[in-house]
Design a protein around this ligand. Structure first.
Ligand code: ZN
Length: 382
């Protein structure tokens, strides 16, 4: 630490101390920070390139609302391109000397700006009318961006979804006309869009069914395994993590529990990886030989299960955890939803208020005992 203080600023010292370190020697390697796996992909490269543009833009709040709409990405990306005016309307193509004329291919009367294409052309005005969309008349002179923001601000979640799908359908039907000379009428576009929107809403509500708590209870391991549940709590402003660990046998009885606070932790993912590492070391001390490590972090479980070399910034923790796992006669890694991981979650949060690590043998701290009893009841075999 003194060496760091002699050579680096306080900000740099904080960043250096956050670098995950391994217990075993590992050579330095270059990793790509844009993907959890640490391997370069064109998709993540593109995302890194456009990120400064999107973040610096004053448009950010509307983009946040746009990306949070529950619908296929192609529909949101098209809306994003409209907001950025990255759309090959005849006017845009004409300005770039690609098209011979800037005129609208539907009404042949006005310049095909993005506003005209999706809002002002008589054909699309009829579509919005049929679909039950209306806006104040003074918005007609506003740019696409302000119009879009107004609609979003004055629409429910369902209406936003319908709006995006209609935008997409209007643009798709315009392209069908231009490229294939296929002419759709207004009611076809509206009926298709509203049906599509209903379909998306019903699919997403049926996907919510697994959130039924009955399906996500804690379950007992089968003999001879013991189950280790781990979770992490993370305080980003302090760079402080806390691991919560509970070990239970096939009768649902607690063999041990602990929380371990750690300073200088990089991220919530690093905190989850550390929790897995702590969770593996603890039952080794208790003499367990067959273990299942259960975490609610799918990223960490996938990394631990993977047979390929981990190239991410969490590599040190993952390598250490895999090494420790080899000390057991058998060790499995399993994902559980949060509702199956409540005891570890509670322990991790208790550890946030503690300066030192704490261990309990054959019990949990009093704050977690009601959760253990609930797990015990719910996991009883008939
Ligand atoms: Zn027109």
């Amino acid at each position: 630490m003194e060496l760091l203080q002699d050579h680096f600023s306080a900000d740099d010292i904080r960043l250096i101390s956050n670098i995950p370190l391994s217990d075993v020697h590992q050579d330095d390697i270059m990793v790509w920070g844009g993907e959890p796996k640490g391997e370069y992909s064109v998709r993540s490269g593109y995302r890194q390139l456009i990120r400064p543009m999107v973040i610096s833009s004053h448009f950010t709040p509307i983009f946040k609302q746009l990306w949070s709409v529950n619908c296929p990405a192609k529909i949101k990306i098209l809306a994003w391109r409209f907001l950025k005016n990255f759309i090959p309307t005849n006017q845009n193509l004409y300005n770039r000397r690609v098209a011979h004329s800037p005129i609208c291919p539907r009404c042949h009367s006005y310049t095909e700006t993005i506003e005209h294409t999706v809002r002002d052309c008589s054909f699309v005005r009829a579509i919005w009318n049929l679909a039950g969309f209306a806006w104040p008349t003074d918005l007609i002179n506003e740019c696409f961006f302000d119009w879009f923001c107004w609609i979003f601000a004055h629409s429910s979640t369902t209406k936003r979804l319908e709006f995006l799908i209609l935008l997409w359908a209007i643009w798709t039907s315009r392209n069908k006309l231009v490229r294939n000379n296929v002419k759709q009428d207004e009611s076809t576009v509206v009926n298709f869009s509203l049906n599509y929107s209903r379909e998306i809403t019903s699919v997403s509500s049926s996907l919510l069914v697994p959130q039924n708590p009955m399906l996500a209870n804690w379950t007992r391991p089968t003999e001879p395994f013991v189950k280790i549940n781990v979770d992490a709590a993370f305080n980003a402003s302090l760079g402080r993590a806390s691991s919560g660990v509970v070990v239970r046998d096939s009768n649902g009885l607690v063999l041990g529990s602990c929380f371990i606070p750690t300073l200088n932790v990089l991220s919530p993912f690093a905190a989850e990886a550390l929790a897995a590492l702590h969770g593996l070391r603890f039952p080794l001390d208790l003499g367990c030989m067959h273990v299942v490590l259960e975490s609610d972090s799918l990223t960490i479980i996938s990394k631990l299960r993977s047979v390929v070399d981990d190239l991410s910034i969490l590599r040190s923790y993952i390598v250490d955890a895999r090494l420790v796992s080899q000390a057991f006669a058998s060790c499995q890694f399993a994902f559980t939803p949060r509702s199956g991981n409540e005891v570890a979650h509670c322990l991790a949060h208790l550890g946030q208020d503690s300066a030192v690590e704490m261990f309990w043998v054959e019990e949990v701290p009093p704050q977690a005992s009601a959760l253990v009893q609930a797990d015990h009841r719910c996991s009883e075999r008939p």
